[in-house]
Design a protein around this ligand. Structure first.
Ligand SMILES: [Zn+2]
Length: 152
């Protein structure tokens, strides 16, 4: 999911929860964690390419958005140091020890939920519809199918 989508949907979630939350600063922490978790993508890009440019990192990942992992030139575990279950478990453990950290753990969990929805529901559901319109790979063309049959 794009950072802008995380920002918008996390803001919507924070605003929805606002009437139930006494300390409104917690909404800001929730939002910052829910959006900031993608900093691992930037750090990965900066370290891998020795390039601290946020613009270049954004372009790199934006050009791969909506593609299957094997088409991105990335392994799924690349650039996702904060996206696994261990960072979330660590955040939850910290939140259990200190409740002031609970909005951060909740934000990370919400981020993970949005990413899972994107990867497991939205991208598969729109794969054959959106990809040709976006000018990306899309379903195999007849020529590619013929080449695949000859290779088999
Ligand atoms: Zn993410």
């Amino acid at each position: 999911m794009l950072v802008s989508q995380h920002a918008a949907l996390s803001a919507l979630a924070a605003l929805t929860a606002a009437p139930l939350v006494k300390n409104k600063a917690n909404l800001g922490l929730f939002w910052a964690a829910a959006v900031g978790q993608d900093v691992d993508h930037y750090l990965w890009h900066a370290l891998k390419f020795h390039n601290p440019s946020l613009r270049d990192a954004y372009s790199f990942f934006r050009s791969r958005y909506g593609k299957a992992w094997h088409e991105r030139g990335l392994r799924k575990e690349d650039a996702r140091a904060l996206h696994g279950p261990l960072p979330l478990a660590f955040a939850v453990a910290l939140a259990l020890a200190d409740r002031r950290l609970a909005p951060i753990a909740a934000g990370m969990a919400f981020h993970g939920l949005l990413d899972a929805l994107q990867e497991r529901v939205i991208t598969p559901a729109t794969y054959h519809v959106a990809r040709p319109a976006l000018g990306t790979v899309g379903p195999p063309r007849p020529v590619e199918r013929g080449e695949a049959e000859r290779a088999a």
